[in-house]
Ligand binder design. Structure first.
Ligand code: SF4
Ligand code: SF4
Ligand code: SF4
Ligand code: FES
Length: 421
């Protein structure tokens, strides 16, 4: 049978849905509750398309082609329907993609990831993560007013995590003998100045293999550009020594680097005085960074959530509020593609944040991230099931059914609701 998609005639195959035909023809249609080769029913409307002949908008994942259909997959009406559907799903989504401490950090430090490594005594990996983001992490801890600690969700329950103390302890544990120059790429770079942005640019160029020379007009490094009296001198020395061990050279001269001597010369033009933000600017200068993905966030904990957290979490430990499923979550992917802003939709959810049902073998179910697509219900025998109907409908896993859940179901789940550590 022949139909039209976006004014192009295409041949359908027997048994194929519109979504499958369109994708085979190269059209990019998002989907959440659909999974090829698995039982599914349309519920999310994220795969919406329009029949130009009738004006109807419908889900393409369960609709079979009909002779003479003229399908539109990209008009503003279709995009609007998909956007609304995503916003509706997110209005019932009580979870953070990124922990608030990361979004609050002017240097965008992944504090939750650092805390996980710290709690597991993986000091070297934690230090690498720290330096790859903040370059001079301990120095920044002394001069930053720590918005990460002010916004820490743990502070809502009892006391905030001592993020700066953890960073200082990690930096103090640096083994300088383990700091080695990266593999050279045969190119040379010069960076003007030794403020936070310049050191950050130099660090990331060096990581890419450049032989980096910093041109500094003053006698000392870094201290002319920050409130250095707030930082213990041994910390400043240690953080600069790390850069020297990586192979970064410092040239104290009022002269500018000669353009003939370098493949690239960079002079950071600071747009802020905030040291951690300067480090981020320096990183951006040295590395092409991808656009910032969508970030689902929720407001403060309810009293019920606080009570649950007090009961279930060790009082001194980080809650690891970010989402383990960030990399593979299709809800986040499509929210990013459709430019969804957290502030655009009202939020209300019956589910509690950070409420995880352990399933065994590292698997867990987190209802606050469930979009109730039903994939886990239709594709598990005596596993997940629906409870109630209408707006209060929930997907639940009775305890006695937990042993029937396997890794294949996790792969089907389009969000981080069903996941494995
Ligand atoms: S399930 Fe997806 S959208 Fe929700 S918090 Fe996790 S990554 Fe973000
Ligand atoms: S509890 Fe941990 S992950 Fe959550 S905001 Fe505080 S430091 Fe960040
Ligand atoms: S847990 Fe089940 S119903 Fe919820 S999003 Fe995942 S697959 Fe869909
Ligand atoms: S309705 Fe088609 S993917 Fe959800």
């Amino acid at each position: 049978m022949k139909i039209q998609i976006n004014n192009k005639e295409v041949e359908t195959l027997p048994g194929e849905t519109l979504l499958e035909t369109a994708r085979r023809e190269g059209y990019n249609i998002p989907s959440l509750c659909y999974a090829k080769e698995a039982k599914h029913k349309s519920s999310c409307m994220v795969c919406a398309v329009r029949n130009v002949v009738t004006g109807q908008i419908f889900p393409s994942c369960t609709t079979l082609p009909v002779e003479s259909m003229q399908i539109d997959t990209e008009s503003p009406e279709v995009i609007h329907t998909r956007t609304l559907s995503l916003e509706l799903l997110l209005s019932d989504h009580r979870a953070d993609c990124e922990a608030p401490c990361k979004t609050a950090c002017p240097g965008n430090m992944d504090v939750a990831a650092m805390n996980r490594l710290y709690d597991q005594n993986r000091t070297d990996e934690a230090l690498t993560l720290l330096r790859d983001t903040l370059v001079i992490p301990a120095t920044l801890c002394y001069i930053c007013n720590a918005p990460c600690e002010k916004i820490c969700r743990k502070g809502d329950v009892n006391t905030s995590v001592s993020i700066r103390e953890i960073k200082k302890k990690l930096v103090a544990a640096t083994d300088l003998n383990k700091i080695l120059p990266p593999v050279p790429n045969g190119k040379k770079a010069a960076v003007n100045g030794s403020g936070p942005a310049s050191l950050s640019t130099a660090y990331h160029l060096c990581q890419q293999g450049y032989a980096v020379t910093i041109y500094e007009q003053f006698e000392s490094i870094l201290s002319p550009y920050i409130p250095a009296d707030q930082v213990p001198p041994e910390i400043l020395r240690l953080e600069i020594e790390v850069l020297i061990r990586m192979g970064i050279q410092f040239k104290h001269t009022p002269e500018a680097p000669s353009p003939t001597g370098y493949d690239t010369i960079i002079t950071p033009q600071p747009k802020t005085k905030q040291p951690a933000r300067l480090v981020l600017e320096g990183h951006r200068l040295a590395v092409q960074q991808p656009p910032v993905p969508f970030n689902s966030t929720y407001n403060r904990f309810t009293e019920a959530e606080k009570a649950h957290i007090r009961q279930s979490y060790n009082s001194s430990r980080c809650l690891y509020c970010d989402c383990d499923a960030k990399a593979g979550c299709r809800l986040r992917l499509h929210a990013t593609e459709y430019g969804i802003k957290t502030t655009r939709y009202p939020k209300s959810s019956a589910s509690e944040a950070l409420h995880r049902q352990e399933i065994g073998r590292g698997m867990y179910f987190e209802p606050a991230k469930c979009i109730k697509c039903g994939l886990c219900v239709y594709n598990s025998a005596n596993g997940f099931t629906f409870k109630d109907r209408g707006f209060i409908m929930q997907v639940v896993l009775p305890e006695e059914n937990a042993e029937n859940i396997n890794e294949q179901l996790i792969a089907l789940c389009p969000t981080g609701a069903l996941n494995q550590r």
